[in-house]
Ligand binder design. Structure first.
Ligand SMILES: Cc1cc2nc3c(=O)[nH]c(=O)nc-3n(C[C@H](O)[C@H](O)[C@H](O)COP(=O)(O)OP(=O)(O)OC[C@H]3O[C@@H](n4cnc5c(N)ncnc54)[C@H](O)[C@@H]3O)c2cc1C
Length: 432
């Protein structure tokens, strides 16, 4: 047995870890025993990739590129390939992932299973929108090939299906063309939520990527920094080769606390405000601002942290966001990593995909036990009243009732579950 954790480091639990060594032997490994769940990079924050006391099928050894059609940007690869390796290999060839989350240390299988989103949802949707086909291996040995035009019912269950329909072994992706690695990025400070929404709505037409950091500690204003970016034809003569920064150890207490947050947020805001304007930026710091800080999750100390990410439909976006931010500020818990962005009016590809039209807010909270859980319970009430939902990839505690309300297609999904697959999250939210 091996102690395994997820990104939030809320605990380490014993698992029987079984590596999936190659595509050909996946079915045999799955038949050796159940219940299990696939584990990619464990970059999910909560319990979606954990199965305490049970089996974890680790997928990182499924890391082969199978085929690439350079004229059309169609890539077939195994599910344990990292987004980082796709970007590194294909950007120099003029192709890039059309949708990418805020870290590139994620496997293709994990990106499909959570149907991850990036900063360009209004134009490009979510990861599953760019999957042409995938192969699923079930614990009874059945292999299912599916895509939007091939057994689409299996495809819509598996995209965003939290690893519960089978183990994805290979994926065909459509990449998007780019002129190179450089982007035009503009940063604009704002002072209140109305300004944020105005900037987000006005930017959607001309800017592919939009996102914002918001200060949820300051009591007097909802200030933040809005970022918008486009791929650039201009190429910098410089190169991008930064050194990684390493946290030398896990501090005995969280470095993010009520004493550090206020000055830190204020300093961050004024520093960014001074440097507002347009610049040519490499795609890596724009898409993956924290990836250079190796194991930054350790800064929350030995008790770890929760991430709370919700999406609120357009009709209630202003009021619900105001209430969530007020509640957070009042709690004195605060969050440094507070990310606010809008989703476009697109229909998600998966039955349980998280993105839906509206605005999404992600907040990191150091784990202070009961106080943190109570705060999140209060936030749940606001999300529920506004008809919103929480993101399972970030979750470690959402109540079942909130999940069922937020994901009206959850019952339809059950028909596609693999009975040999279970996670801590599925037991909590789906009963098994
Ligand atoms: C710094 C940071 C920034 C992030 N930013 C974003 C963001 O902007 N947008 C966003 O959407 N997410 C974001 N995330 C979350 C992350 O993208 C997702 O949790 C992603 O799914 C993690 O992939 P993984 O390979 O680590 O999978 P894991 O966390 O190991 O597993 C995630 C789920 O995928 C399943 N799974 C993994 N591999 C397979 C497979 N081969 N077959 C079937 N199921 C499989 C697992 O069973 C589990 O249910 C961020 C995470 C971090 C740490």
């Amino acid at each position: 047995m091996v102690a395994m954790a997820s990104w939030g480091r809320l605990g380490r639990w014993q698992h029987e870890v079984k590596p999936l060594r190659d595509r050909a032997s996946v079915a045999a490994t799955l038949s050796e025993g159940t219940p299990g769940i696939a584990y990619g990079m464990g970059r999910s924050y909560g319990d979606i990739c954990l199965n305490p006391g049970g089996i974890l099928w680790t997928t990182r050894a499924l890391d082969c590129f199978i085929r690439f059609d350079q004229s059309r940007g169609i890539l077939e690869c195994e599910a344990g390939v990292l987004l980082k390796d796709i970007q590194r290999l294909f950007v120099p060839l003029g192709w890039m992932l059309p949708v990418t989350p805020g870290t590139q240390f994620v496997t293709v299988g994990g990106a499909v299973a959570n149907d991850v989103h990036g900063k360009n949802h209004h134009g490009f949707g979510s990861f599953g929108d760019h999957v042409q086909q995938l192969t699923l291996v079930r614990t009874d040995g059945e292999k299912i090939k599916c895509g939007p035009g091939l057994k689409p019912e299996w495809f819509t269950a598996t995209v965003g299906g939290m690893g519960l329909t089978g183990v994805i072994t290979r994926v065909t992706l459509k990449l998007r063309p780019v002129d190179g690695p450089w982007m035009t990025v503009e940063s604009i400070p704002y002072d209140n939520l109305n300004d944020f929404f105005e900037l987000a709505d006005d930017s959607e037409k001309d800017w592919e990527y939009t996102v914002s950091w918001i200060d949820c500690v300051s009591r007097n204003a909802r200030r933040g920094i809005f970022l918008r970016g486009n791929h650039s034809r201009r190429q910098s003569s410089g190169s991008y080769a930064p050194r990684d920064i390493r946290l030398p150890l896990t501090p005995p207490v969280s470095l993010v606390n009520r004493f550090s947050l206020r000055p830190f947020n204020a300093a961050y805001f004024y520093l960014k405000k001074r440097r507002a304007g347009q610049e040519l930026t490499h795609y890596q710091p724009f898409f993956y601002p924290l990836d250079r800080i190796v194991q930054w999750n350790r800064m929350y100390g030995p008790r770890g942290f929760y991430q709370y990410q919700c999406v609120i439909p357009p009709a209630h976006r202003r009021e619900a966001m105001e209430n969530i931010l007020d509640e957070t500020t009042r709690s004195n818990t605060g969050s440094f990593l507070a990310v606010l962005k809008t989703f476009g009016a697109r229909c998600a590809p998966g039955l349980l995909s998280f993105p839906r039209p509206g605005v999404t807010l992600a907040l990191d909270f150091p784990n202070r036990g009961d106080a943190t859980l109570k705060l999140m319970n209060r936030l749940d009430l606001i999300v529920r009243a506004a008809g919103g939902r929480l993101y399972a990839a970030k979750d470690a505690r959402m109540p079942r009732e909130l999940f069922e309300n937020g994901y009206p297609q959850h019952e339809e999904f059950l028909a596609y579950r693999d009975p040999g697959i279970s996670s801590a999250l599925s037991r909590r939210l789906l009963g098994s």
